[in-house]
Each structure stands twice: as structure tokens, then as C-alpha cells.
Design a protein around this ligand. Structure first.
Ligand code: GRF
Length: 225
């Protein structure tokens, strides 16, 4: 159970839906040697399955209803209070269907990550998989990036590539991409936990590991990690 009594990086997750990426992070933390743990989960949707997943693992899970607040800033202030009360050091958006506003970004500078189901900067916004199919690309994939004030525009940490097959539909392509999402999101969090990422302008540089990592690094084409 996440209890904050160890020195793992404390992660807060914002999610609006089924929470399979949340689950991948929890699993990597509980069984996979991830140097981070999910401390709390916040959802803007009252019955998001992500909340249920968190509770099953004994993780604090709350619904914060945007409609209860006068504006986005007040809503985000409440989320921020909650995250800070729990000592959250890194915020991970995992299927969070809202654009993060300046308040949260200011409170967690370069400490908010997002996962997107396309190879950014291609196909940002909603339905990245559908956009890829409509465009007719031969490869797509997923991207973990830092969150800035744009929509899926922040510096890219890690990407994974999958082929787009002639007979793919949105469902089959999404499933192939999702398998990769579940690998690269925990990997990106591990890089942050190990303090190995250096932000140089738009570029995210990965420093060599100082000691041998206990986390089984994923194989990403062309990237020696
Ligand atoms: C994922 O495809 C993610 O890339 C996108 O929203 C979806 C969330 O899925 N941002 P889940 O809730 O993590 O299962």
C-alpha cells in the first residue's frame, strides 16, 4: 500500500476514465521495482474506473467536481491543495480529459507528465489514433511529455513506435499503442525518479544511470538506456 514512508518519488495521478495507464504505474511500483509510488488519484469524473483501481490498491482516491468551483483556477487550486497535502512530487496525467491551466503548471513546474496516443507533434488533441488512421501514416505510437500550457506541446521524454497495418481500425491500433503506453509511462517516471532527465530548451536529455538501475529498462529503438 502506498504510505509515503519510504523514499520513493511520490506521484499523484489525474485521470478521467478507465485508468489502464494508472494501473500500469501502480503495477510497476508494486511489482516492477519502480522507484516511485502513486500516493493519490484525483478524477474530475465521479465514477471514473481509475478511482476504483486506486481504492483496490489502498491509494487515496477523490473526485473533484469542476462544477463545484467558480472557475478553472479555483478548481485547480483545490486539486493542488490535495496533491500538496499528500506530498506529491510528480503529477501524471493518465487519460485526464482537461487542459491543465496555468495554476497547476506554476505549482508543479516541469513536474507534470502526460501520455498521448500518437507520435507527437503529429496528431495532438483528441483521438490521436483516429487521426493517424485518417492521415494514412505507416507508423504511429505514443509519447510521454512534460506538460506546458499548450495541448500536447511540451518537451518529449520518450516515444514508442508501432506499425499501422492496412486492416487496422481505431480499436486495433489503439490496443497496439496502449500496450506500448503501459511500458513507456512507468519508464519515464523511473527516469524522473532517478534524476536522469535534463531539460535543455525543448530537448529532454537522458543522462547515463549512475548506478545500475533495478528497473528493467524497455528497449526503445535507437535509444541506448
Ligand atoms: C490513453 O490512450 C492515453 O494515451 C490518453 O488517454 C487514454 C487513457 O487510457 N491520454 P487509460 O484511462 O489510461 O486506460
Amino acid at each position: 500500500m502506498a504510505n509515503g514512508r519510504n523514499n520513493k518519488l511520490k506521484v499523484g495521478v489525474l485521470a478521467s476514465g478507465r485508468g489502464s495507464n494508472l494501473q500500469a504505474i501502480i503495477d510497476a511500483s508494486e511489482k516492477g521495482g519502480l522507484a516511485a509510488e502513486v500516493i493519490c488519484v484525483v478524477s474530475d469524473i465521479t465514477d471514473a474506473y481509475a478511482l476504483e483501481r486506486a481504492r483496490i490498491h489502498g491509494i487515496d482516491a477523490v473526485h473533484v467536481n469542476p462544477k463545484d468551483f467558480a472557475n478553472k483556477q479555483e478548481y485547480e487550486k483545490q486539486i493542488c491543495r490535495h496533491l500538496k497535502e499528500h506530498g506529491v512530487e510528480l503529477v501524471c496525467l493518465a487519460g485526464y480529459m482537461r487542459i491543465v491551466g496555468p495554476h497547476l503548471i506554476r505549482e508543479f513546474p516541469n513536474r507534470i507528465l502526460n501520455i498521448h496516443p500518437a507520435l507527437l507533434p503529429s496528431f495532438p488533441g483528441l483521438h490521436g489514433q483516429r487521426q493517424a488512421l485518417v492521415h494514412g501514416v505507416k507508423f504511429s505510437g505514443c509519447t510521454v511529455h512534460f506538460v506546458d500550457e499548450g495541448v500536447d506541446t511540451g518537451p518529449i521524454i520518450i516515444q514508442s513506435v508501432v506499425p499501422v497495418l492496412d486492416d487496422d481500425d481505431e480499436e486495433t491500433l489503439s490496443a497496439r499503442i496502449l500496450t506500448e503506453e503501459h511500458k513507456i509511462y512507468p519508464q519515464a517516471i523511473q527516469f524522473i525518479a532517478e534524476g536522469r532527465l535534463e531539460l535543455r530548451g525543448r530537448k529532454v536529455l537522458l543522462e547515463k544511470a549512475e548506478t545500475e538501475s533495478h528497473y528493467p529498462a524497455i528497449q526503445n529503438p535507437g535509444v541506448e538506456i
